[in-house]
Design a protein around this ligand. Sequence first.
Ligand SMILES: [Zn+2]
Length: 277
Amino acid sequence: MSIDFIYHPALVPGEDSPETNTLYFLDSQLLLKQEVIADPLNVTPWTTESIAMEPELQLLLGQVNGSPLRVVQLPQCPPGWQETGLRDYLLMSADDMFKVVNAAAQLRYWLSTQNFCSRCGTPLEFNDSDKALTCPGCEYRSYPKVSPCVISVVRDGRKLLLAQNLGFRNGMYSCLAGFIEAGESAEDALAREIEEEAGIQITNPRYLLSQAWPFPHQLMLGYLCDYAGGDLVIDETELRTAGWFDIDNLPELPPEKTLALTLIKEAVRVISAEEAS
Ligand SMILES: [Zn+2]
């Protein structure tokens, strides 16, 4: 199924109508029908089905295949619907459907944290001319939040530096990553994060691609880079362990559809191509 999605250019609640598609949330959980979970590659997570329950939040996200698409947060799970985590849906869904859910989840989270003006305390209002919530008291505008992060696999010869975050619940190893500070370039952030977390210096950062990551509103900028010096000493407040792994003997890696796995696969491809030439 082809999904054509267009963002709505302003912030308006939208309305329930027979043509309107709605993506339902219960806090950060998606609400899905069993037919979506049974066939997530072919059945969209949004539906024209109306639910008779007063929403906690509602927003017109845009248009999907020519029809309006709303995001609605409900106070409880209606009978016949199932709560589904975003990560679980990411792993099962088609990329173009997840792209829409990704946008919806980020805007839902942001809206749920923006009730009052942070300057004067007046309740914020929707805005039909700009993609922002507006304060009727002081005209302050609150725009949707996106937090840029850098993520990279570091290469030394045919070995890759991979680490286990303290937050990982399984034995998976992944790339090092961190938030970009105010005033920093992405390349500055990459060098700082890797030195802080692993004690090593890098060189030759090459941007590969990015991924919007709705946990809750990151934009991950993916890089490959090379080892330049230093001994591996981990920051134990962030990492459980880290190590250099030969590309023929990699540990358990992140799941499909993650930018981390894409970066690791690209590093392996580059090294293998060099060795073959
Ligand atoms: Zn204000």
